[in-house]
Design a protein around this ligand. Structure first.
Ligand code: BG6
Length: 454
């Protein structure tokens, strides 16, 4: 047992559109999140957890939690309201103040450059389907590197690009009819590569990496067909994104499946040169669960001739317990995922999301007894420690989420935070902050550098 290294970045995470509110305040332009119709029964993003107005109080609470790092995202349309052009001074100032507040408390800011909130003005001109968005992202990247590069060491390019591609209907927003999803994905890969190159050019001391959601995918049965489907599923869901970021090339199996599935995708020699020129310094990834697939002869993802060229069908693996929202719980799969990523890419790694969404209940005395969350996080941290002991160079862990915020489909019904935010889907109530039981537990984990998980 070697345990976690000194200086390990025990942090926690949020994203701008889910936590800040102030969606159109102080010159911020609308993002795709602000123009979409929220899922039924959930609020819009105008208030969220009101972090925009309460960030000083929140960061003081993060310091009390003992955080060494805070992973948050910058809302592109707060900086560049229409995605390109003149910067919005109030927006630039907001993140400057947030970064300073973190540093004053000894908390390292870890910045996600883009987390599901494309400026609506860019969406209107084709979003990621339009190659002009690649240049817009580079412009945005250079703007925030110039504004915050003196204080931010770790940068994350695009949150969960793979989920934006695979579940485009949920996260891209805008009009999805005929959306060229893999061409759009290709443009995001180019944008990411240009941002990584710009970061190295402008900020030689800074470090930058991609932040996909990686779920190691396993076969349901120990049959050769299921194993082959799992190999495709891993390539399409996971390795496509990291191979492009790290090696500057497309994963062969992913490309095979994209082409056979009939998706539009043009890759030029110039594009390949762009991909090759932007390299990450580390890999960040979000982990919630593993996935399981099985061979499905009737499935559209198996070739017409019945020969497998695709991932089969995703199924719920009966082996695992599930969350209230049917997400499998597989802590050992977290270790497998860490070890697999490391053995493929041999780069330092940081976990940028991991956590349990649950129906928390505020009880008498404003306490939340979220023992289920403690169990989930304890088991995952223990598995991560096993990976570290196996030699995987993990340098930080940022559970989702630092405080309650709007969940993608359920608003405030599904909570993840260490800090309870007193509001619900129908009313903003008083937005008071209360420390959950997991707050005190995580603080002692951090105090002991991960040795004490009791
Ligand atoms: C990740 C996202 O996919 O999972 C977050 O980066 C998201 O934005 C989180 O909130 C949890 O998902 P959900 O659907 O439970 O909110």
């Amino acid at each position: 047992m070697t345990g976690f290294p000194n200086g390990f970045l025990w942090g926690a995470a949020s994203s701008a559109y889910q936590v800040e509110g102030a969606a159109l305040t102080d010159g911020k332009g609308p993002s795709v999140q602000d123009i979409k119709t929220p899922p039924e029964g959930t609020p819009d993003f105008s208030v969220c957890s009101d972090h925009y107005h309460r960030f000083r109080e929140d960061v003081a609470l993060f310091a009390e939690l003992g955080l060494k790092a805070y992973r948050f995202s910058i809302a592109w349309s707060r900086i560049l309201p229409t995605g390109t052009g003149a910067a919005n001074p109030a927006g630039v100032q907001f993140y400057s103040d947030l970064i300073d507040a973190c540093l004053e408390h000894g908390i390292e800011p870890i910045v996600t450059m883009y987390h599901f909130d494309l400026p609506a003005a860019l969406d209107a001109t084709g979003g990621w389907g339009n190659p002009a968005t690649v240049d817009a992202f580079e412009e945005f990247a250079r703007t925030i590197f110039a504004a915050y590069g003196d204080r931010v060491k770790h940068w994350l390019t695009i949150n969960e690009q793979n989920m934006m591609t695979i579940h485009a209907e949920f996260v891209i927003g805008g009009n999805l009819a005929d959306y060229p999803v893999y061409q759009a994905n290709h443009h995001m890969l180019l944008a990411q590569a240009k941002a990584m190159a710009a970061c190295h050019e402008m900020l030689p001391q800074a470090l930058i990496g991609p932040a996909p959601n990686i779920s190691y995918t396993m076969p349901l049965e120990t049959s050769p067909e299921d194993v082959l489907c799992a190999q495709y599923a891993n390539a399409i869901r996971n390795w496509l994104y990291l191979d492009a970021a790290v090696f500057g090339r497309y994963n062969t199996l992913a490309l095979d499946w994209i082409r056979r599935s009939g998706y539009e995708l043009t890759i030029t020699d110039e594009d390949l040169a762009v991909l090759a020129a932007g390299k990450p310094d580390f890999i960040a990834f979000n982990y919630y669960n593993t996935e399981t697939v099985t061979y499905d002869p009737a499935g559209a993802l198996v070739g017409e001739d019945g020969v497998i060229h695709g991932p089969g069908k995703v199924v719920l693996n009966p082996r695992f317990p599930i969350t209230d929202w049917n997400w499998p719980i597989d802590p050992l799969g977290f270790r497998t995922t860490l070890q697999e990523i490391h053995s493929r890419y041999n780069l330092p790694m940081i976990v940028t999301e991991n956590g349990l969404g649950a129906y928390d209940k505020l009880e008498e005395g404003n306490v939340v007894n979220d023992d289920y969350r403690i169990t989930y996080l304890r088991d995952h941290i223990a598995a991560m420690r096993q990976a570290v002991d196996s030699g995987v160079p993990v340098f930080g862990y940022n559970p989702w989420s630092v405080m309650d915020l709007i969940s993608t489909h359920e608003g405030f019904l599904k909570r993840y935070g260490f800090i309870y935010v007193n509001r619900n889907n129908d009313s903003e109530l008083d937005l008071a902050r209360y420390k959950k039981k997991s707050f005190f537990w995580y603080r002692s984990v951090i105090d002991s550098n991960g040795a004490d998980l009791a």
